[in-house]
Design a protein around this ligand. Structure first.
Ligand code: ADP
Ligand code: MG
Length: 321
């Protein structure tokens, strides 16, 4: 049976590129670009809690890095380095091959380098810590939203949760829509390019991992403001618009998790800049409401501007996906 060191050498060691010293020593050594600070984030995926035992290893490699890259995107950071801590219940070389391929494919796409980690025996757990860098003053923090700001979202929300509902057989989507939504669930695309373009443009940002309203709520809480969101303006993918279960689709849209889009605010005089940022990053951006004074809970408005009561619409059902 291969030792821990053989496994690391075989699957997780590649020549250092940007790091001064990568995998193999007591610590990695890295240089932070002059005038920039590090932004550091960590996420853990546990078998049985975050993914099923039969989860595709390649997709798992992708997703475990993607969720960390999404945090870097939400900060506006340039991805730089990451570490990988793995608990493995057994040494399954086919699994390790697939996992590392999915992981490195996304790492290469975003030019982020694996510089170390830890490998141990235990219930399958994947923990990644990722670091990016950026000028401190340009970080897209959650506490920067101001009354009067527009609220924006990138791409479409709800598709991933709809894909999850489809897998759970709570809805049956048409074949094309099912493929699209399940791919959104398993292979989220972190909005790194958009986050970087929003530096100096957006006032605040967060990534949408727990649901649009929940993650917007984090911005509101940290900024001490409220938001009015117009339900009709929320961008909907074709798959979500055509969903046979309208009520489920709407729940996914505003409260489904795992989208890894960006929700952010910007001063109204930055509208053209936000649209230009989206265009340059190749992702749609949609204005969905505004920041107002009040408690840190977003209000959802109907087309007449009346608040919709969301408390009894089953949105809590989606928390924790
Ligand atoms: P230590 O005993 O100092 O913790 P280890 O024996 O755990 O060192 O690891 C040896 C080297 O391999 C270190 O450089 C560590 O960062 C790296 N490493 C261990 N596991 C992984 C992994 N899963 N992915 C990448 N690098 C790893
Ligand atoms: Mg160790």
């Amino acid at each position: 049976m291969p030792s821990e060191f053989d496994l690391i050498a075989k699957y997780f060691t590649r020549p250092a590129r940007n790091a001064l010293l990568g995998v193999g020593d007591d610590c990695a050594l890295v240089d932070v670009p002059a005038g920039e600070v590090l932004s550091i984030t960590t996420d853990m995926l546990v078998e049985g809690t975050h993914f099923l035992p039969d989860a595709d290893a390649n997709l798992l490699g992708h997703k475990s890095l993607a969720v960390n890259l999404s945090d870097l995107a939400a900060m506006g950071a340039t991805p730089r380095w990451f570490t990988l801590s793995l608990a493995l219940s057994q040494v399954d070389e086919a699994w390790l091959t697939q996992f590392s391929e999915g992981l490195f494919a996304l790492a290469d796409e975003h030019n982020i380098e694996l510089i170390g980690g830890d490998t141990t025996r235990g219930p399958l757990t994947i923990s990644i810590t990722a670091a990016g860098s950026l000028p401190a003053a340009q970080a897209l923090r959650r506490d920067g939203a101001k009354v009067g700001d527009d609220v924006w979202v990138s791409g479409y929300t709800g598709d991933a949760a709809l894909g999850f509902a489809h897998l759970q057989k709570r809805v049956t989507l048409p074949a094309g829509a099912a493929t699209h939504c399940v791919q959104r669930l398993h292979q989220p695309q972190p909005r790194i390019a958009l986050g970087k373009k929003l530096r100096g443009v957006a006032a605040s940002a967060a990534d949408v991992s727990d649901g649009l309203l929940a993650d917007l709520g984090h911005i509101l809480e940290r900024s001490g403001v409220s938001a009015d969101i117009e339900l009709a303006t929320l961008p909907r993918s074709a798959a979500l618009s055509d969903c046979p279960d309208y009520s489920l689709a709407e729940q996914c849209l505003i409260a489904g998790g795992d989208d890894y889009e960006l929700v952010f605010t910007a001063h109204t005089n930055r509208r053209a800049d936000v649209v230009a940022a989206g265009r340059a990053a190749g992702i749609g951006v949609t204005r969905i409401g505004r920041i107002v004074e009040g408690p840190p809970i977003a209000r959802l408005l109907d087309v007449e501007g009346r608040a919709i009561d969301i408390s009894n619409r089953g949105f809590d059902h989606f928390r924790g996906i």
